[in-house]
Design a protein around this ligand. Structure first.
Ligand SMILES: [Fe+2]
Length: 200
């Protein structure tokens, strides 16, 4: 095969890390109240509150601190910004076997994250920037893929740009109800430059 010089145009990357928590938070998330997402009888359930970090500052102090540290590292050393940031919304998701979410992205947000409380989780990300030619290729690879499935384990934190489309795929969870914590992030204080500088 010809050796092409490949220059990837990145529309977004997904960053994964493990949080070293001292406590187990599964029971806390089990006790929250949930409602099913509208639109389909097999959609997942979302917590009634979408501001869990504000509503439960004591209970979630350790998780919030470690998420904050991971975000700081990502923003400062990977994205190379020195801005402050704020966790805006934060909510829990409850999934039973074969429940799923629609393909969606998070609006009014810069970065998003999901923290997993148990093993054997899956989330799918979608490349919506491809053209519409030819149908399925002979073989899927990093250059033609439309979907990236990520498997995560207990205490995994995923961080990604909020514009990336994603969904929870339907899975046989073998009777185990799955819980996760999601959140959105916006920059805060002075950010931007020139006539685009804002104070938020
Ligand atoms: Fe989401």
């Amino acid at each position: 095969m010809k050796n092409f010089l490949v220059q990837n145009i990145v529309s977004g990357s997904i960053f994964q890390t493990q949080l070293n928590l001292e406590k187990d938070y599964l029971n806390f998330f089990k006790k929250l109240k949930y409602k099913q997402l509208p639109g389909n009888t097999n959609y997942t359930h979302m917590s009634l509150d979408n501001n869990l970090f504000e509503k439960y500052p004591k209970e979630l102090k350790e998780i919030k601190k470690l998420i904050h540290m991971a975000l700081k590292e990502l923003i400062k050393n990977v994205y190379m910004y020195d801005c402050s940031f704020k966790l805006t919304t934060s909510w829990a998701t409850r999934s039973d076997s074969f429940e799923e979410s629609s393909v969606h992205r998070h609006l009014n947000s810069w970065l998003s994250g999901v923290f997993y409380l148990q093993d054997n989780n899956s989330i799918s990300f979608f490349n919506k920037d491809t053209g519409g030619f030819l149908g399925d290729p002979r073989e899927w690879n990093q250059y033609n893929t439309l979907t990236t499935n990520i498997k995560t384990h207990k205490n995994t934190l995923l961080l990604f740009p909020s514009h990336l489309y994603h969904r929870i795929p339907p899975l046989d969870l073998k009777g185990v109800t799955r819980y996760s914590l999601s959140f959105n992030v916006l920059p805060k204080g002075f950010f931007g430059s020139g006539d685009s500088q804002v104070f938020f």
